[in-house]
Design a protein around this ligand. Structure first.
Ligand code: ZN
Length: 93
C-alpha cells in the first residue's frame, strides 16, 4: 500500500500532517541558523537564547508558550508545536 513520504518522518508527537509541518519549520529555521553563524548552544545561536521567541508550525510568533508534559512546548493560539526562532521573527498574517 502506498504511504506518503511524511509517514516515514518522525518529528515530535501529533498527526502526520503536524510532523510534516514541523519538519518544514525545522528546515526553515536551520537556514536562518546557517545564515546567522556565531556561537551555538544545542544547535541554537546564543543570541536567540538571550531573548527567546517561539514560532509555531502555523506561523504564530510569541514570547509565551504552553508547557505540556506529554506534547512538549505548544503554541498558545493553536496548540501546535513550537520552535525557538530568531528574536526579530514576526508573525506574517
Ligand atoms: Zn500557533
Amino acid at each position: 500500500m502506498y504511504k506518503p513520504m511524511t509517514e516515514y518522518l518522525d518529528f515530535g508527537a501529533g498527526p502526520i500532517s503536524t510532523k510534516a509541518e514541523l519538519f518544514l519549520l525545522k528546515q526553515r529555521r536551520q537556514s536562518f541558523i546557517d545564515t546567522e553563524g556565531g556561537p551555538l548552544f544545542l544547535g541554537i545561536p546564543d543570541r536567540w537564547l538571550d531573548n527567546v521567541t517561539f514560532r509555531c508550525i502555523h506561523g504564530h510568533v510569541s514570547k509565551c508558550i504552553l508547557k505540556s508534559e506529554e506534547q512538549g512546548d505548544l503554541c498558545l493560539a493553536c496548540y501546535g508545536p513550537v520552535l525557538i526562532t530568531f528574536p526579530e521573527d514576526e508573525e506574517q498574517i
